[in-house]
Design a protein. Structure first.
Lengths: 300, 317, 536
């Protein structure tokens, strides 16, 4: 299958055929790797829910109801209400939006910038490589939480700053992975031949090295998606993430949810499940994707 | 080999230097200072005069470059100074917490390895069967659960079901091993489970690669047992990426278990870190970052050595 | 003339009370049992060991048992209004109210065996009131009325004031004014930041950083027969769920700050009669500071609208179920001598019972001031789960009802104080916690920014300052009440400089084995542990 190899002549294939090829590939994926397909489905549902939250959610997530505080799950409130009488289901639905936003933004930022740095480092080698490696090492040596804490302290809380705070520690880790993949290609003789033939750096990187890094990049992306959601939940748990009254899964696990864990467990259980399910799905999908893309691991 | 070791050791220095510079300036960019926090806390009378007195005492009124030189000078002599918040020597602040964090990291690693290696091997040997699926699902579940949620559930379960709570105060292992383990086994399990998820997947994929080798495939004809025996030899090579992952994560365990420590009430480095940053305690934060960075870099160094020892080609590059 | 005669009456009353103190707490039926180690959870660790320069209860709870103060509130008084002598045996006040003379107890020993005399009192108070250069004293501003402290003989201390002050005696009962040893202070003013040497009922044993603090019984304590406990152990537990677990798992007896209603209920449900609950209004309140230097909060109509939008009575009912706040209050804790009764309180803006009318008025005021519907501003709050978060959510929700779209910015502590002091905010959560209910302490903050460093609203109001002075110098309680009411009216109604949210409510569920400890409106008080004993 052509999916994992460096693709040379893809631009020449007529569009209709390539589209059919993609559909076939997706179908094959679903058939051979049901776990991954389930994961992907859950991810898509999450995204859909996040996008359509305004329409799907039964209540306004910010609307308080002091007459119905800490209400049990019932027909009126399927997942119950929280300490302010706000509908838990609606807050989870809108929380999906925050989670997907944070997850995708962090993962894309972190994985992409990291991949670029890693590939550049491998390609240019020599002093550039040494320098970039040292810089990446320095950032890697900082514990993730501390770096995030420092960033949030400087920039303040709020969703954009949280995204930056989580993405920054991801970059050196992505760079490390990308670099080792790119190094494998770098050693190949046809790269030197291309240079000798006079091809520009950009062309060589984009057409020869990048496709080989594609597979680990996609895997990192899915892994980081899950990690970003967890990181946001942890940061919010520590009081550094998004602020009330924004509906966010990590926020819902804080404060009142813990205090009322025994008398009103629905407040903590459902957001916890939402987080676990989302991260679980991302990882399941990513796992199967890696199995599919790495030709050496396919079972005979 | 010695030249390789020396080269790696020398490379550690610029990294550590970089970390030192970065943390110094990072802390001073972050807004707010320790004196404001200390006195503006709950007092209505704190005047500028008070604040300035204290700043002078902590050396914060000096120009930044002089503070930096003082810090670097102290670093070279391994003198980290005293905590700006409590006035106690840094060594005293860190000592006990480091012991706890180290022990927890080691215990979690043991739990992780004990789970990861057998599970990963089995999953690889039985790829794409229901056993494989179960192992993969379990390990991903470990990655997906927020650790603080798990911790809260643990504690509640212990209280409600067994009506027992782990000891809340840390006793070092050599003083009272029973109390020590009674406290640390629970967070070790919670952390180890999560940690094992990463290692299991790595083991599985490494094992799968090993199984692709020709001589293993021919052994398949002779039966599973043969395959296993032959695999063990190749496994040594395959364990390298697993080792890398475990080592990298170990370094993270030393300073990064903030939420776990909060939930289980552990007096470890993670919470100390968070407090030091929250208090803008420059000396303590700087010392902690240097410590964690050193552990990380040193562990990396050991892993590099292991690689070089196993794969001679690397030494001569 | 009348004023002096009145002072004489007060003075003789005070002497009479002073001579009787300290009364042995009247334990109902049980006779105190000797022995046992009290274990309690402390949410915060002491930064240094010197209370003269600290602000946090984290130093009071574990370290106060090692020290005595000159006076203290009666440990059996639930309102903490009665003052009794600690190291002082008796005292007299001069006719003009400007000289306070204290007779000290004999035979009080420091933990190193040396005797406590008046020079120790003088040295400690000189450190607080007239700190030498290089020494920071947080509470210097509380004693601006003190001219000098004298020690004419080893068992007499004299305080000379610049003007008579009704609250001076209370200020000497401050739980922060520990009495240190003069000889040590003479050698090194900073010694007490890292060492402990006092006259208190417990001797310092060890402090393991981040973990615990241990004290043991002082066998030579001056109050013969006390303390009852063999010792105590303070365990530092940051997370409140972990604190609750500690008491529930019977690894700690008590936590001296306070728990939320949910936490109390879970403990009562789990342990039944093994838990005793004590409750009290708390001398702490969350305030809303509006930056008078930022539009549109310079317009008092806008500020008034923000107060009118709050349904305090509904908030009290709802929030008291989930947070540590409860009573609707003005500038004084309800139930204390100078508190405004509810009938008077409801005349102030935001304290009425007709919320629809109030909110309609608020909308009208906003429109008049030119604030459009859907106006957005940022509310800065601290990231503390209890009660900052729930009150923050409530405030934003209430302001939404008058068409204001409020974004919350949660700022971590160090940055928060920097921004508050620097005026870098529009509207922010502020707070006030006192160690004793006393208008001089509770109203100080609201004076003009030139006088009060803690006036984060950044306003100047000469009338308010004048009223503060008047109430502080007033000797007749009725006259004082009048000035305090006027102050309150101007602060909360006429100018609406600051908003009061709801008064905190202190709930201490503790092991029933703990006896001899009475809750007070302040978590800074009653922590010497000399009256505490354990059953069984």
């Amino acid at each position: 299958m052509a999916v994992g190899h460096p693709v040379e002549g893809v631009a020449e294939i007529p569009e209709a055929a390539s589209r059919r090829r993609w559909l076939a590939a997706v179908g094959e994926f679903c058939r051979r790797r049901p776990l991954g397909a389930i994961g992907a489905a859950v991810v898509l549902i999450n995204i859909a829910v996040g996008l359509g939250a305004d329409v799907i959610a039964p209540y306004d997530p910010l609307a308080t109801d002091y007459g119905a505080m800490l209400a049990r799950p019932s027909m009126a409130h399927w997942l119950g209400t929280d300490a302010f009488g706000r509908d838990v289901l609606s807050r989870i639905i809108f929380g999906s939006r925050t989670a997907m936003l944070v997850g995708f933004a962090c993962a894309f930022l972190g994985a992409t910038i990291g991949a670029v740095i890693g590939v550049a480092s491998a390609y240019f080698a020599g002093k550039v490589d040494l320098l970039l490696q040292r810089v990446m090492d320095i950032f890697l040596a900082f514990p993730l939480i501390i770096l995030a804490l420092a960033v949030v302290s400087i920039l303040g809380t709020g969703i954009v700053n949280v995204i930056v705070a989580i993405a920054i520690p991801m970059i050196p880790r992505a760079a490390l992975v990308a670099r080792s993949s790119a190094l494998a290609i770098r050693e190949m003789p046809y790269i030197d031949a291309a240079r000798a033939a006079g091809f520009r750096h950009r062309r060589i990187i984009l057409r020869h090295m990048l496709p080989n890094v594609m597979a680990p990049y996609l895997i990192m992306l899915t892994a980081y998606l899950g990690q970003a959601i967890l990181a946001e939940a942890s940061l919010t748990f520590l009081g550094l993430g998004v602020a009330e009254p924004t509906p966010a899964w990590g926020l819902m696990l804080r404060g009142a949810a813990v205090q009322f864990a025994e008398s009103a467990p629905w407040m903590a259980i459902f957001p916890g499940l939402a987080i676990s399910l989302a991260v679980f799905a991302f990882n399941l999908f990513g796992d199967s994707l890696r199995d599919a893309l790495d030709p050496r691991l396919r079972a005979q | 080999m010695t030249r390789y070791i020396i080269k790696r050791l020398l490379l550690m220095i610029p990294t550590l230097l970089g970390v030192a510079v970065l943390v110094f300036f990072l802390m001073r960019i972050v807004p707010g200072d320790i004196v404001e926090l200390r006195f503006a806390g709950e007092s209505v009378y704190a005047s500028k005069e008070n604040l300035d007195t204290e700043r002078a005492r902590l050396g914060l009124d000096q120009p930044v470059w002089r503070q930096f030189l003082g810090w670097m000078g102290g670093l070279v002599r391994l003198d980290f100074g005293t905590s700006m918040w409590t006035g106690a020597p840094i060594g005293e602040e860190i000592r006990l917490r480091f012991a706890l964090s180290l022990q927890l990291a080691i215990m979690a690693t043991i739990v992780a390895i004990a789970l990861a290696i057998p599970l990963g091997v089995i999953a690889a040997l039985r790829q794409d069967t229901w056993i494989d699926y179960v192992v993969r699902v379990l390990s991903i579940a470990g990655l997906a659960t927020p650790s603080f949620w798990l911790g809260i559930v643990f504690i509640l379960a212990l209280l409600i079901v067994f009506k027992w709570l782990p000891p809340m105060v840390y006793t070092p292992f050599w003083v009272n091993p029973a109390d020590n383990l009674a406290q640390l086994i629970w967070p070790a399990l919670a952390v180890g489970y999560r940690y094992s998820a990463v290692a299991t997947r790595m083991t599985r994929s490494a094992m799968l690669e090993v199984l692709r080798e020709d001589y293993i495939r021919t052994a398949r004809a002779k039966g599973l047992w043969e395959k296993l025996i032959l695999s063990r030899h190749a496994l040594k090579n395959a364990m390298l990426p697993v080792l890398t992952v475990i080592a990298l994560e170990f370094a993270f365990l030393i300073g990064g278990l903030v939420v776990t420590e909060q939930v289980f009430n552990l007096n470890g480095l993670g919470l100390l870190f968070v407090e030091a940053v929250a208090h803008r305690d420059y000396t303590l934060t700087q010392a902690l970052v240097m410590l964690v960075a050193f552990v990380f870099i040193f562990v990396n160094f050991l892993v590099d050595l292991a690689y070089a020892w196993i794969d001679p080609r690397i030494r001569f590059r | 003339m009348r004023r002096y005669r009145y002072s004489l009456v007060i003075a003789s009353l005070v002497i009479a009370i002073g001579a009787v103190a300290p009364a042995t707490p009247a334990m109902a039926q049980d006779k105190p049992r000797y022995g046992g180690e009290l274990i309690f959870a402390v949410p915060s660790e002491p930064p240094s060991y010197d209370a003269h320069r600290e602000e946090t209860f984290g130093i009071i709870h574990p370290v106060a048992p090692h020290y005595n103060t000159l006076l203290r509130p009666d440990p059996t008084d639930k309102l903490a209004a009665k003052i009794v002598g600690d190291l002082a045996e008796s005292w007299t006040i001069s006719k003009d109210g400007r000289t306070y003379t204290f007779k000290l107890r004999h035979g009080v020993k420091f933990h190193d065996g040396s005797e406590m005399t008046s020079k120790d009192i003088k040295a400690s108070y000189d450190k607080i009131i007239f700190p030498p250069p290089g020494v920071a004293s947080d509470r210097k501003g509380e004693y601006l009325d003190v001219e000098a402290v004298q020690a004419p003989d080893p068992y007499t201390v004299v305080f000379r004031l610049k003007w008579p002050s009704g609250s001076f005696l209370m200020s000497l009962a401050s739980p922060w004014n520990w009495i240190y040893k003069a000889d040590i202070l003479a050698k090194d003013m900073h010694w007490y930041e890292t060492h402990v040497m006092g006259t208190g009922p417990f001797i310092f044993v060890e402090h393991v950083r981040g973990s615990h603090w241990v004290g043991k019984r002082n066998p030579n304590y001056w109050d013969k027969g006390k303390p009852y406990l063999d010792g105590y152990r303070a365990i530092f537990i940051r997370d409140s769920a972990a604190q609750v677990a500690a008491i529930r798992g019977e690894r700690a007896h008590i936590q001296f700050r306070g728990f939320s209603p949910a936490e109390r209920d879970s403990l009562v449900q789990a342990l039944g009669s093994k838990i005793t609950v004590q409750e009290s209004p708390w001398d702490c309140v969350l305030l809303v500071a509006m930056n008078h230097e930022k539009k549109p909060f310079d317009d008092k109509r806008v500020r008034r609208a923000l107060s009118l939008a709050l349904d305090r009575y509904q908030g009290s009912q709802a929030l008291s179920k989930i947070a540590i706040v409860k009573e609707v209050a003005g500038v004084q804790v309800p139930g204390t001598p100078f508190a405004t009764p509810p009938a008077e309180l409801e005349k102030l803006a935001g304290y009425g019972h007709d919320i629809t009318k109030a909110r309609a008025e608020a909308r009208r005021l906003l429109k008049e001031a030119g604030v459009p519907d859907g106006f957005t501003f940022t509310f800065k709050n601290r990231g503390i789960p209890m009660p900052y978060e729930p009150v923050g959510v409530w405030l934003i929700d209430q302001w939404r009802q008058i068409g204001l779209n409020v974004k919350q910015d949660v700022v971590e502590a160090a940055k928060y104080f920097a921004e508050l002091r620097g005026g870098n905010f529009e509207v922010a959560m502020d707070f006030q916690c006192g160690y004793i209910v006393e208008p001089d302490l509770d109203l100080y903050k609201f004076q003009s920014k030139e006088r009060s460093p803690a006036n984060y609203g950044r306003y100047t109001d000469a009338m308010l300052d004048d009223l503060y002075e008047k109430q502080s110098r007033a000797v007749d309680p009725e006259e004082r009440k009048k000035y305090i009411r006027e102050f309150e009216r101007r602060l909360l109604d006429e100018e609406t400089h600051y908003l009061y949210t709801l008064q905190w409510h202190r709930t201490i569920p503790h092991s029933s084995k703990v006896k001899g400890w009475t809750i007070t409106p302040s978590h800074y008080l009653n922590n010497q542990l000399d009256t505490v004993w354990l059953t069984e």
